[in-house]
Structures are given as C-alpha cells and as structure tokens.
Design a protein around this ligand. Structure first.
Ligand SMILES: CCC/C=C/C(=O)SCCNC(=O)CCNC(=O)[C@H](O)C(C)(C)COP(=O)([O-])OP(=O)([O-])OC[C@H]1O[C@@H](n2cnc3c(N)ncnc32)[C@H](O)[C@@H]1OP(=O)([O-])[O-]
Ligand SMILES: Cc1cc2nc3c(=O)[nH]c(=O)nc-3n(C[C@H](O)[C@H](O)[C@H](O)COP(=O)(O)OP(=O)(O)OC[C@H]3O[C@@H](n4cnc5c(N)ncnc54)[C@H](O)[C@@H]3O)c2cc1C
Length: 667
C-alpha cells in the first residue's frame, strides 16, 4: 500500500491515491535524483521530526515580528549546531531540504550568512584571506551578510555611492556613505544579527575610481555586539514576507578597514595603491550568478508546494451538484479547476528539471574558473538571469492561481499561500530585478542575431536555434502525432522570430537615434525575445528529461510535459498564427491537446503531487495536509488566535460596548 495512505484519512483523498497508475516512490526517486537521495530525504525528515528544538511554539503566523526573529534565531542556531546530520557539501540538495524543514519560509537572521557571505568568501578571496575568514565563518564565530544594494541604487551597480578610498600612508581603506541614498538597504540579517558584512563599495585609489568591489567589514564589536564607531545600522521594518529576517540598513562615517579587507582573488590593490584589474571585469559579480543559479530550485519547490496544496484540497473539497440528488462533486472534477491548477504543477516540474541543469552548468563554471578560464561566464550569466526572471514570475503568478483555486480558505494564512507568495515573490526583485535581468539576456541574444546575420555564426548550443533555417509553416498534423521534435521546432520558430524582430527594431532605431535611445525604444520587444528564449529552454529541458524517463513514469509524465508546452503555445497563439506559421485549426488542435492532458492527469493528480514528497512539516498548510482532514484542522488552527484567549476582548469594553449601549439608550 502507498506510504501516503493511512487509517483515518479523508475518504476522497484515499480513493484518489488508490487510483494511482504508477508507483509513487519510484516517481519520487526519479524527481529527486535517485533512490539514495530519497532515502537521505527521509532520514533528514525523521531527524528533524524527532528533535523538539526545531518545533515552533505555535504557527509563526500568530507570532509578532520580534517573536518571529527570536524564534528563527533560536532554530537556526540549533539547526547549524546539527549540520553533521547532512552532507555539508550538498547545499543544493540536503542543505536546502534541511533548512526548509526546520526554518520554513519566514527566513532567519543567518540566511545571507549561508547564501551569500560564505560563497563570497569562497569565491572572491585570495588564499591568505580564505585561510583567515572561512574557518571563522564556517564555525559561526562571526556572522555575515552581503551589503550591496543602497537606498538610491539596486540595479545600477556602477552608480553605487558608498566609497572605499585607499590611504597608502596607513594601508587602509576609508569606507564612507557620502549621502543618505548611499545607505545600504535590504541586506538580510544586517539589522540586528550580523557582526560582519561583505560591503560592495566604489574603490578609489591614486585618485581614480575603479568601480564597485567587495570588502569584508566588521560592523559590530565581537563581545558587546554594539555597532563599531563610524558604523550606523538597524532593521528596515516589516516586509511583504520573510519577516523572520532582520533585513537592515547601514551607513559609514569615514570608517577605516585594513587593505587586506578588500577581497583580492581577482582584483588587487598593492600597498602603494597600484590597482591590478581582474581577468574578466564581471568576476566580482560571481556570488550573484551563484544565487541566481540556485534560486531556481527554491522557486520550483515553492510552486510545487502551492500546486500540492491546491490539488489535495481540490480532491477533498466538494462543491456543486451537477446532477441534482447525486451529491456534490469534488472540485477537482471541474475542468476549469484542472485548467487552473495542473499547469502550475507542470511548471513546477519544468522549473525543477531546469534547476538541475543550471546547477550542473554552474559547477562546470566553478571548475573552469579554477583554471582561469572565464569562457562560460557570459553564457551562464545569460541563462541564470533569464531563468531567474521567467521562473520567479511564473512561480508568483502560479501561486496566486493556486490560492484562488482554493476559494475563501485560500485567503486564510492557514492555507500557507500568503507565506509562500510573500517568500517566493521576493525572487522577482532580489538578485536583479526581473526585467533588468531579461535585458541582460537580450544583450546575449542580440550578439547571436548579429553573428547569424553576418553569416559568421558559431553559436553556443543554447542559442543554436537562432542561426537555423526553420520551416515556413508548422508540420503539426494532429495532436496525437505531434512529436517532441515538432513541438520544439515550433517553439524555436517563434523564439527565433522574436529575437530577429527585436534585433531588427534595434538596428533600425540605431540608424535614427542614439544607441541608448534605440535600446530603450526596443526594450519591450527585447525582453519578449528573452522570455521566448528561456521558455524554449524550459520546454526542451522538460521534454528531454521525460523522454529519458523509465517507461512506467514516462507514460504519465509525458502528459505533464506536453501540458506545459501546449499551455505556452495556446496562451500565446497570436505569435504562432503570425504570417501563417500555424493555421487556426492547428491552434484548435493544441487547445484540444491541453484538455486531453488535463483529463489524463486528473486521475493521478494526487499521486503526482504526493511524488514531490512534501511532508506536512514542509508544506505548513492546513489545506494541503496529507490526510485531507482539512475542516477539523482549520478549526484547530484558529484556536491559536490571540483574540481567542478570552471570550470578551478589551476592545469591546472600550469601544463597541459603549457604542451599542449608547445607541440602545437612544432607541
Ligand atoms: C535571499 C535573498 C538574497 C538577496 C540578495 C540580493 O539581492 S544581493 C543584491 C543583488 N543585486 C543585483 O542582482 C543587482 C543587479 N544588477 C546587476 O547585476 C548589474 O548592475 C547589471 C548586470 C544589471 C549591469 O551591470 P553593469 O552595468 O556592470 O554591466 P552592463 O549592463 O554595462 O554590461 C556589461 C557587460 O557585462 C556583462 N555582465 C553583467 N553582469 C555579468 C555577470 N554577472 N557575469 C558575466 N557578465 C556579466 C553584461 O552582459 C555585458 O556584456 P556585453 O553585452 O557587454 O558583452
Ligand atoms: C526580499 C529582498 C531581499 C533582498 N536582500 C538583499 C541583500 O541581502 N543584499 C543586498 O545587497 N540587496 C538585497 N536586496 C535588494 C535587491 O537586490 C534589489 O532590490 C534589486 O537588485 C533591485 O534594485 P532596486 O530595488 O534598487 O530597484 P531599481 O533598480 O530601482 O528598479 C526599479 C524599477 O526600475 C526598473 N529599472 C531599473 N533599471 C532599469 C534598466 N536599466 N532598464 C529597464 N528598467 C530598469 C526595474 O525593472 C524596476 O521595475 C533584497 C531585496 C528584496 C526584495
């Protein structure tokens, strides 16, 4: 019997699980990377469940901001006391899973320590600096963050205002915030918790500005935790989500740090102030590329969680009686419900598989960089920026669709949707605002288009489609015979067309206006080209992964992968109809393909979401509970409300009581 079925479960959800046409365990192993990975997940889960230190006193939604920060700090210290429970080298797998089980989505004051401070030390220090700082950071004798964004500038790093001016007489840098807008603003854990930070500042030496560079800076006294003299910092207040994190502000007043505080793996300042430039001018942006690469999996996991909650709830929720007298039906049986939820599940799969690819590519880059080879950098910068933008946007929209699909209960924080949304949607902004990052991808695509037009093209595989001579019309005959190659060919056509459309628009504009104006006037079309480029990559990666799946799993997953592709085509049918590439009847065929996929997925939907292997501890959602007993759980959840501590609250005595009494006396 499936491990998901237990006595006392809701009958509808049990019936759904009995309908599974595949082995959920095998599917879970395939999704997560093999039996061994699945086994390790279960061991980590058991460990977390057995440790009382990791429990929240009540659901975090009922805690105040101070209590959230305090609870998060308590748990992260306990969690990092116990890192021997996981393979520390596998942050992408075991590390992220352990953290999501223990910490949830409220984040915590050490998140930047692990996601950016440590990786920056690993990626940007010279050997001597690495020996000095890394052991301290790993041991947690210091806690750090990544302070780059300022009140006035987040995207445009070249205009950051914090200065680091080298003084050869003392061999120190002087850190200074010359204006209010130079205040660092946003860094996680900066407000009250970190005592160190990687500070990105404009480097001045010998009277010249050398652009933004990273420095390691002590912000607080190691014993008293008071801010150092010349350092002013604090919390920036509550946010849309992640309120367990003390995101902070920081200002410097001519604060001196030693020369060796500049991270010197790539750029250097010698004692006399001579500047040595890096092999590639963007190597200092390495940590951002790293985070953009790994956040794809996190986003996929959040969307997968939202789809799991919506699917399970839709299986137990009964509403509407199409045949009067036959009883109400499960809302999962409505085609409109399936159309709303299943594409989100399909997207979550697509994003997860792309996350594995970009992780592998990033590992290759790291390896190449150790040999001084920076060739892969532009490709990874473009791919990670593009994936980050498309995935975080679709994830945010998808979570909202899942929330809406759960009716009124979706609006309650008991559903977890507000937390999931608040947590995930930050990804549209941090690590580079999405539109800006799409425009970075566009720079890469414009070069590929230019090479193709010149006939000199020797493009990287990822944009090889740009130089292909494609068909003039789609070869689709019927949806049943629509092969993976044909689907890819059709998407390639639209992506290529948009790339050249944007490129031609840019080139034409360049003949009449200044280059920057031409870019601006073409930027909407350029961003569209980037989106198509990324969607094509996602579809290809997904279909190819499914093509290689074991036969029993492929039989199911093919419908999920095709749903992902068909949904993209049918919701942008205008692009495919342009210039007669597709005929209206072909689009109708693809729409029918969407409905067929929904119908194929319907009977196994609950088992498909079970295969993602979320435990209730990770979902933290009353609506998405494994056992499907949502109504009892909702009533129980509400008991945590502070307002329920007494039957009559003071507000009544103060305001409502006198108001009604007064009104009664006048009647
Ligand atoms: C838990 C959450 C934690 C969150 C933390 C944070 O948010 S931390 C804060 C996160 N903050 C952000 O994410 C800030 C977002 N902003 C940025 O990253 C940059 O300011 C920028 C990329 C938008 C522009 O940068 P710019 O003005 O310096 O450059 P430019 O436009 O003039 O282009 C020049 C050339 O460089 C190329 N190139 C650029 N980057 C890279 C790279 N990494 N690698 C390789 N190449 C790169 C670019 O493609 C172009 O190539 P081309 O075409 O000439 O061959
Ligand atoms: C939850 C969260 C956590 C964060 N954590 C950290 C952290 O730990 N450390 C840190 O340093 N920072 C952090 N940040 C800051 C984050 O990296 C920045 O907010 C982000 O880079 C965007 O910068 P900005 O806010 O200045 O927006 P802006 O750059 O001002 O962008 C505003 C708008 O202008 C548009 N725009 C800007 N430039 C262009 C352009 N060239 N072309 C077209 N449109 C443009 C954007 O698309 C956007 O719509 C965090 C932010 C959030 C939300």
């Amino acid at each position: 019997m499936s491990r998901w079925i237990q006595n006392g479960d809701n009958v509808d959800i049990t019936k759904e699980r009995k309908n599974a046409t595949f082995n959920t365990e095998r599917m879970s192993a395939w999704i997560h990377g093999g039996d061994e990975v699945l086994k390790r997940r279960r061991e980590i889960l058991d460990y977390v469940k057995s440790n009382p230190d990791f429990k929240d006193p009540i659901p975090v939604e009922f805690l105040s901001r101070e209590e959230r920060v305090s609870n998060g700090t308590r748990k992260i210290v306990k969690m990092t006391d116990n890192t021997d429970q996981i393979d520390g080298a596998d942050f992408f797998g075991e590390g992220m899973y352990f953290q999501s089980l223990v910490m949830g989505r409220d984040l915590h004051p050490l998140s930047l320590h692990y996601i950016m401070f440590l990786p920056t030390l690993q990626g940007q220090t010279d050997d001597e600096q690495l020996d000095e700082w890394l052991p301290k950071a790993i041991a947690r004798s210091i806690v750090g963050t990544y302070a780059q964004t300022e009140l006035g500038h987040g995207t445009n790093l070249s205009k950051l205002e914090t200065t680091a001016t080298y003084d050869p007489s003392t061999q120190e840098f002087v850190l200074h915030s010359p204006t209010i807008t130079a205040a660092k603003w946003w860094p996680g854990g900066l407000g009250k918790s970190s005592n160190h930070a990687i500070v990105v500042a404009q480097l001045y030496t010998k009277g010249q500005c050398k652009g933004p560079h990273p420095f390691i800076v002590q912000l607080r006294d190691l014993e008293t935790h008071k801010p150092m003299k010349g350092v002013r910092l604090g919390d920036i207040g509550p946010k849309l989500g992640i309120n367990g994190s003390d995101n902070g502000f920081l200002l410097f007043d001519k604060y001196r740090i030693p020369r060796k505080a500049m991270l010197m793996r790539y750029s250097k300042v010698q004692p006399d102030g001579t500047y040595i430039a890096p092999a590639h001018s963007k190597l200092g942006y390495g940590t951002m590329v790293f985070v953009r690469s790994i956040m794809i999996k996190d986003q996929a996991t959040q969307l997968g969680a939202a789809a799991t909650i919506a699917t399970r709830y839709s299986a137990v929720r009964r509403q509407g009686e199409p045949v009067v007298g036959n009883g109400e039906i499960q809302i999962l049986d409505y085609q409109t419900q399936q159309y709303r939820v299943f594409p989100q599940l399909a997207r979550a799969f697509a994003f997860l598989f792309a996350a594995y690819e970009i992780r592998d590519l990033y590992l290759r880059l790291t390896e190449e960089l150790t040999h001084g080879n920076t060739e892969l950098l532009p490709e990874i910068h473009a791919l990670s920026s593009g994936l980050k933008s498309v995935v975080s946007w679709d994830t945010a929209q998808g979570i909202e669709q899942c929330r809406l699909s759960c009716g009124g209960h979706g609006y309650s924080q008991a559903s977890a949707f507000p937390e999931i949304y608040g947590y995930a949607v930050g990804g549209c902004t941090y690590e580079g605002e999405n539109l800006v990052m799409l425009l970075q991808v566009a720079r890469y695509l414009v070069k590929a288009a230019e090479e193709t037009r010149k006939g000199t093209s020797n493009l990287a595989e990822i944009c090889g489609y740009i130089s292909k001579t494609g068909r003039r019309t789609s070869s689709l005959t019927s949806i049943a015979n629509y092969t993976t190659d044909q689907i890819i060919e059709d998407l390639e056509h639209v992506a290529r067309k948009q790339v050249f459309h944007a490129y031609d628009k840019l080139k034409k504009a360049q003949q009449h206006v200044k280059p920057e104006d031409a870019w601006n006037q073409s930027s909407v079309e350029l961003a569209k080209a980037s989106r198509w480029h990324v969607r094509l990559y996602l579809v290809k990666t997904f279909l190819k992964k499914v093509d290689k799946a074991p036969e029993d799993l492929k039989k199911v997953m093919i419908h999920v992968a095709r749903l992902y592709a068909f949904d993209i085509i049918s919701s942008s049918s205008g692009n495919f109809l342009e210039e007669g590439y597709m005929r209206p009847d072909q689009i109708t065929e693809i729409k029918e393909g969407v409905y067929e996929c929904l119908a194929k997925i319907r009977p196994v939907a609950v088992s498909l979401v079970d295969s993602w292997d979320y435990d209730d501890l990770e979902l933290k959602s009353v609506l998405g509970k494994r056992d499907g007993n949502v109504y009892e759980a909702l009533l129980q959840w509400a008991q945590n409300s502070q307002l329920n501590k007494s039957d009559v609250i003071p507000t009544f005595e103060k305001y409502l009581g006198p108001m009604m009494k007064d009104a009664r006396s006048k009647l």
